[in-house]
Ligand binder design. Structure first.
Ligand code: CP3
Length: 353
């Protein structure tokens, strides 16, 4: 299998020379696009959309039809793993995810097992194959998973949370139980990502959205250690091509050196970290992905372009930068401004003075 026609995203992740800065956006297929809302309505709800390979393929391609993005990301959700573990996932309209059976008691935790990705998560693998066929090697396809800790947050809380009181109380009271969940999650995430790689994704990303809610000591013990366990178990190449792996801890800027040392090819940064300082801190160890404030997309087109140029200038010349937002695109983002952003990144990085 050869690399896609536009392989700039893969080249930047592997720190090979590039002609321009590649760009994709977290949550690029989502509710800010009217065509996404239309397809979701046809599916009935968000989970049906994830579980239908042909509809998941359709929405994966929607942002690529509008914008010259340099990568596609599998349309799915990080909560497919706990759903496959039997926790009973649902998404109430506008309320976010909810689990019917959150993990609280010792016996439930002892009974937890990693799902076979070829069985309970087969629909994800089918979506990957279908998307690869539809992309026809134009741009690379990114696969993803939640981190063991971020998945545990939802599994124990049973929903999103502002303070993670339940899972963090478990961390302090019964660290053995949380470690048991994290061990199983790490195995589940590794097997899930390897199955996605087997099915055709050309890069993988691990979303550690809530690692930044932990204390310094707890982050190392309960998130970073398991992020490392995952990357050590990943298949790093397929058909002779390297499969780059990206890790993103939101709010993880203060741990950048440590995150860069665990074995991923690239580290995602949110908008609170200075990109030029970050580059100096990691040297040539990893590529960096990020980190424009997603809310800057609500400003005028001129301000959006100015902000994009500032992010590119902050990274500086040379390879190793994948342009992205510092977190997922907001659902109320004006779609026209995304076109301004993508075109500015390409034009400015190609023709820098
Ligand atoms: O980036 C992409 O385009 C791929 C799709 C993708 C989704 N979720 C689709 C989605 C990805 C990569 C995710 C990851 C995800 N899901 C994360 C990690 C990244 C992050 O945003 O921090 C997390 C924490 C989740 C869990 C999740 N899924 C929440 C908390 C919610 C509700 C909040 C919200 O934005 O509505 C979801 C739902 C979700 N996942 C939507 C989409 C497009 C919106 C649901 C809808 O259409 O109603």
């Amino acid at each position: 299998m050869s690399r896609p026609k536009n392989d700039t995203f893969l080249r930047a992740l592997l720190r090979e020379p590039v002609d321009f800065t590649p760009v994709w956006l977290m949550r690029q297929a989502g509710r800010y696009l009217p065509e996404y809302c239309e397809t979701r309505k046809r599916a009935g709800n968000f989970l049906n959309l994830c579980k239908s390979p042909s509809l998941a393929c359709e929405v994966t391609l929607q942002p690529l039809a509008r914008y010259k993005l340099d990568a596609a990301i599998l349309f799915s959700d990080i909560l497919t793993i706990p759903d496959a573990m039997g926790l009973g996932l649902s998404f109430e309209n506008g309320e976010g995810p909810r689990f019917e059976r959150p993990l609280r008691s010792e016996w439930e935790i002892r009974d937890l097992t990693a799902p076979d990705p070829w069985d309970h998560l087969r629909y994800v693998m089918d979506a990957v194959s279908e998307i690869r066929r539809a992309l026809d090697n134009s741009v690379p396809l990114i696969g993803f998973s939640g981190s063991p800790f971020t998945l545990a947050c939802y599994m124990v809380e049973g929903a999103g949370s502002s303070d993670f009181r339940t899972v963090k109380t478990m961390l302090y009271d019964r660290p053995d139980l949380l470690h048991r969940i994290l061990e199983i999650n790490a195995r589940a995430v590794t097997q899930y990502l390897n199955a996605q790689i087997e099915s055709g994704v050309q890069a993988v990303m691990v979303f550690d959205t809530w690692g930044g809610a932990l204390s310094d000591r707890a982050y190392r013990e309960f998130s970073l250690a398991y992020l490392q366990q995952v990357v050590e178990g990943l298949h790093r190449s397929k058909d002779g091509e390297r499969i780059p792996a990206i890790v993103f801890t939101k709010g993880g800027g203060q741990w950048l050196e440590d995150i860069a040392a665990i074995g991923y090819d690239a580290v995602g940064l949110d908008w609170t970290t200075d990109l030029s300082a970050a580059r100096k801190r990691v040297g040539d160890k990893v590529a960096l992905q990020g980190n424009m404030d997603p809310i800057s997309l609500f400003a005028s087109p001129e301000a959006v372009a100015t902000e994009a140029r500032k992010v590119i200038d902050a990274y500086g010349r040379g390879t190793g930068h994948v342009f992205n937002l510092g977190h997922g695109i907001n659902q109320f983002t004006p779609p026209e401004n995304v076109a301004v952003l993508v075109d500015t990144v390409h034009e400015y990085s190609r023709n820098r003075p």
